[in-house]
Design a protein around this ligand. Structure first.
Ligand code: DX5
Ligand code: ZN
Length: 225
């Protein structure tokens, strides 16, 4: 049973020099969450931001901050990110050893606990920790950069993820991240995703706030290709 639809714009593609304006624009456009892509130059080659940006965002909005850690040893950031105001803490199981312990620590620190899977990482990686998950993020690009194309076969993985969640009676959010546009969001939604990250599709649009609504409109139209 899917959750209500959420659109989570990624500030990776925002103009950080105008952060307050960008956040106001996202709120005005009806964003549900704000997605924050943390990259360490090791798990992925790109290097982005950490607790100071999360804290700055927390001071600008009451929207949930959906923090996606593409870092090695993500456990090092559980406490600092909780203190900075993160709402969802999603890490890659490929990046650490004691996954279950860290998921529990995320919840103990008052955040929702998420795991993200690279396109090439099997779903079986999360089967033993289904009860510890508030969110499961299926990457539809190899992480590291905004503006990549949606990998078509991710749709089938989303479908299998929905089955897995339902089999376990899990109410975890099923999030998809990478290459989400008005043309691809219908496929991900039709396969059972309920939470949609979008970076370049929103911030490169002529009217970014309106683009959030256009992404939502795809569901109203019942697009499922
Ligand atoms: C990819 C990041 C994504 C990225 C999405 O490494 O995890 O969140 O910002 O950007 P788009 O929507 O442009 O693919
Ligand atoms: Zn992300």
């Amino acid at each position: 049973m899917a959750n209500p639809i959420r659109v989570a714009p990624s500030v990776l593609s925002a103009d950080l020099g105008r952060l307050a304006d960008e956040v106001q624009m996202l709120e005005g456009g009806g964003a549900d969450w704000i997605h924050v892509d943390v990259m360490d130059g090791r798990f992925v080659s790109n290097l982005t931001f950490g607790a100071p940006l999360i804290k700055a965002l927390r001071g600008l909005t009451d929207l949930p901050l959906d923090v996606h850690l593409m870092v090695m040893e993500p456990e090092r950031y559980i406490e600092p990110f909780a203190q900075a105001g993160a709402s969802v803490f999603t890490f890659h199981p490929e990046a650490t050893i004691h996954v279950q312990r860290h998921l529990a620590a995320v919840r103990e620190n008052g955040m929702r606990a998420g795991l993200a899977l690279n396109p090439g990482t099997p779903l079986s990686m999360v089967e033993e920790v289904m009860d510890d998950l508030d969110l499961l993020l299926i990457m539809s690009v190899n992480p590291g950069f905004a503006g990549q194309s949606y990998i078509g076969w991710a749709t089938d993985k989303i479908r299998r993820t929905r089955l897995l969640l339902d089999q376990h009676g899990s109410g975890a959010f099923l999030e998809v991240d990478g290459g989400i546009t008005p043309d691809t969001i219908g496929a991900a939604h039709g396969a059972g995703a309920d939470t949609f990250v979008a970076g370049s599709a929103i911030f490169s649009a002529p009217d970014p706030a309106a683009r959030i609504g256009e992404l939502r409109d795809r569901f109203k139209e019942g697009v499922s290709v």
